[in-house]
Design a protein around this ligand. Structure first.
Ligand code: NAP
Length: 307
């Protein structure tokens, strides 16, 4: 246990957490940020980010995450690598339990983001890492000149399909409706890409193979017709779920497990704030997460002044 008591402990090193850390450090608050993976969180796996203001030619997500961390560290943000397992309330102090020991703080900003949603079909778990992937930027190169599929119809699915089309022989997007959720500019690019094909109103029912994925069993939802698609891999991009199981006992969550906050990013517990994708009704963009983080830091500072 680290006997030191911080002013602020921030959970998560994505755009929300690192922006919060930048603001709390510049406010001269004694701040520690805990991150379990890469700086940038989800954006670390995004090849190119085109909608973060200030980068007219876009910027690699990994690079943006690194730059955000460097900027916060420059003003004194301390960081530790580890996973948070629980938060305990001891009067006005909060004890943040992690795989690397316990930390104490007066204020906690939860910015842990969310993780890829699973399809929940037979074969998905068995073939994860053997043809089933949740990150095209990480794994696309393994599928050079081979056919792959993507499940999903949102911005992630289309961005990843476009990335995969540079490697794979063919990319089949399997979407459960007949209309994409992705933004128009991405739709236009995907529809114009000859290597990308679409299967509409269709779901994956089973992933099959031997050592690696070989085929998908599909069902057309309108006709009920079943079919088989031969692929070397499937990328699952059907949204995200928040990592909030460890918070259930202390915080009110919405029906999908996201943390409920007010417009100041305050939760129901004084001194615990939440920012970014982990929040109920988040717009789920790097830029809005960064804004949430800054807002949370400003109200964290106000809380500390008043308590
Ligand atoms: P999303 O926007 O929630 O889209 C999820 C997609 O998966 C939807 O098309 C949904 O179908 C489908 N889906 C959900 N559950 C399913 C299931 N069980 N089986 C089959 N299909 C299922 O998630 P996302 O695309 O990961 O994007 C998450 C957030 O990140 C969004 O806010 C997005 O804008 C943002 N993002 C932005 C960019 C960018 O700006 N370039 C890139 C990536 C992500 P329905 O359409 O029928 O609901």
């Amino acid at each position: 246990m680290d006997n030191h008591s911080y002013d602020v402990v921030i959970i998560g090193g994505g755009p929300a957490g690192l922006s919060a850390g930048l603001y709390t450090s510049r406010a001269r608050l004694d701040s520690l940020l805990i991150e379990k993976g890469l700086w940038g969180g989800q954006i670390a796996n995004v090849e190119q980010i085109e909608n973060f203001p200030g980068f007219p030619d876009g910027i690699g997500g990994f690079e943006l995450g690194q730059l955000m961390q460097q900027q916060a560290a420059k003003y004194g943000l301390k960081t530790v690598s580890g996973q948070v397992t629980a938060i305990e309330l001891h009067g006005e102090q909060k004890i943040i339990k992690t795989t690397e020991g316990d930390f104490t703080a007066k204020v906690v900003i939860i910015a842990g983001g969310s993780e890829r949603q699973k399809l929940g079909v037979p074969g998905e778990e068995k073939f994860t890492g053997k043809g089933v992937s949740y990150c095209a930027t990480c794994d696309a190169a393994f599928f050079r000149d081979r056919p792959v599929a993507i499940a999903g119809g949102g911005n992630s699915a289309i961005t990843e399909a476009l990335h995969l089309s540079r490697y794979a022989s063919k990319v089949t997007i399997i979407h459960r409706r007949h209309q994409l959720r992705a933004t128009s500019i991405l739709q236009e690019r995907a529809l114009a890409e000859p290597k990308i094909a679409f299967l509409w109103d269709t779901v994956v029912e089973k992933i099959e193979g031997e050592d690696f994925v070989k085929r998908l069993r599909l069902r057309q939802l309108l006709t009920g017709e079943e079919s088989t698609l031969e692929v070397a891999g499937i990328f699952v991009a059907i949204g995200f779920q928040p990592d909030t199981d460890y918070l259930k006992a202390i915080l009110p969550l919405d029906e999908t497990g996201h943390i409920i906050t007010n417009e100041k990013m305050e939760t129901a517990i004084p001194g615990i704030l939440a920012a970014g994708d982990i929040r109920h009704n988040s717009a789920r963009q790097a830029i809005t997460a960064a804004g949430d983080g800054a807002t949370a830091a400003i109200y964290a500072e106000r809380f500390l002044t008043e308590h």
